[in-house]
Design a protein around this ligand. Structure first.
Ligand code: ATP
Length: 354
């Protein structure tokens, strides 16, 4: 029997509720597929901050290191600035475990309608690969004259040839593996960001030369936003910098019906460290505590976690069960036009698992 130690950080807001459903589904799949999960909960996040003055303990990274994977809900609180919650928990984990690939599928599933007219199921079927450890999110910068009228913030984006090439290589390998359009689109703004993103462009050209079977396109992020709306069916694998990938995947979430369906994995492809799986959405304070958050993004992220752990059969079963609930369109949360609660959707996925 395969055995996995999973660190669970529910975090804030709807993160707490959606992870509950993810664990419910994982526990049922574990029985069906002979997997032994040991879930260890860590009560880190904004409440922890209010008590201890930090989002997670000083030794958190060492505590997480031995786990096979991390399952995260969301962090964010209206009483804390977002840079505090992000830099206090999410970003240090991504960096410390060199989770340099953020994999975010954007698929229009059966039973879900897109706000874009005339789109049929699977007309939109892309995978956005977001660079996840450097770029615009590099922890490089500082304040000068803070609290004075001339206060100044310096923020430096970091693009290393190594960092660009490894994530771009992952995108090309994925395009081969998916075997759909065999196409990779690179998204930058290298006309204006004339240093770092030029390094990205050079890395893209260099990696592309080793994949003659894969078609390529390089576009600027403003054009990419337009094309995501105008012709999303043209995309297969999209690779983008940390910031652009973040923005594009919210757009990818909404054109495929709801951000509540957008799964995400922060992956160390070399498996030296635990990878972390979380829904793309945040803590959604506007609906937190109401029991109406869509748990499917968290459940689909759990499926991705199983794939990563080498349990693809169980991972596929979770994905199929979630998609069956969508296709049936009877048990849906309000973001998808339904009236079901978070836990009713989780229960429906369990039933669909069989
Ligand atoms: P954070 O600061 O934690 O990122 P946010 O409100 O800025 O929170 P999201 O949490 O991604 O960003 O929410 C954006 C919008 O999408 C909100 O209106 C929210 O209610 C909605 N939303 C996000 N996740 C879900 C979900 N799982 N189910 C339903 N609606 C969701």
């Amino acid at each position: 029997m395969a055995k996995f130690d999973i660190a669970v950080i529910r975090g804030d807001g709807i993160g707490v509720d959606v992870i509950e459903e993810g664990i419910k589904v994982l526990s049922v799949a574990a029985k069906q597929y002979n997997i032994n999960f040991k879930f260890t909960e860590f009560p880190w996040g904004s409440d922890y901050y209010f008590e201890h003055g930090r989002m997670m303990p000083q030794n958190a990274i060492d505590t997480l290191r031995p786990f096979d994977a991390i399952y995260l809900g969301a962090v964010g609180h209206h009483k804390l600035q977002d840079h505090v919650t992000l830099n206090g928990l999410l970003l240090p984990i991504r960096r410390a475990f060199d989770q340099y690939v953020c994999e975010r599928p954007s698929v229009l599933y059966e039973g879900v309608s897109s706000p874009l007219s005339g789109k049929k199921p699977y007309d939109i079927d892309m995978m956005v690969i977001r660079e996840n450890t450097e770029g615009e999110y590099a922890n490089v910068g500082g304040f000068q004259y803070l609290d004075f009228p001339q206060e100044t913030g310096i923020q430096t984006a970091v693009f290393t040839r190594h960092g660009c090439e490894r994530v771009i290589t992952y995108a090309f390998e994925l395009a081969r593996k998916r075997n759909k359009k065999k196409h990779v689109t690179s998204v930058t703004k290298s006309n204006a960001q004339g240093y770092g993103m030029v390094v990205w462009d050079r890395a893209f050209k260099n990696v592309a030369a080793s994949y003659p079977d894969i078609k390529t396109k390089s576009i600027l992020v403003d054009a990419a936003c337009m094309e995501f709306v105008r012709r999303p069916e043209a995309f297969d694998v999209v690779v983008a910098s940390n910031l652009f990938g973040d923005i594009l995947t919210d757009l990818g979430g909404i054109i495929t019906g709801s951000i509540g369906l957008a799964a995400s994995g922060n992956i160390d492809p070399e498996k030296r460290f635990p990878s972390m799986f979380e829904p793309t959405h945040g803590s959604a304070p506007d609906i937190a505590g109401q029991g109406i958050a869509n748990p499917l993004a968290a459940i689909l992220s759990a499926g991705m976690m199983l794939d990563h752990l080498g349990e693809a059969t169980a991972g596929d079963a979770i994905e199929k069960a979630a998609l069956a609930v969508l296709a049936e369109a009877k048990t849906l949360t309000p973001d998808l036009g339904g009236k079901a609660t978070t836990s009713q959707v989780g229960d429906a996925v369990v039933v669909a698992l069989g």
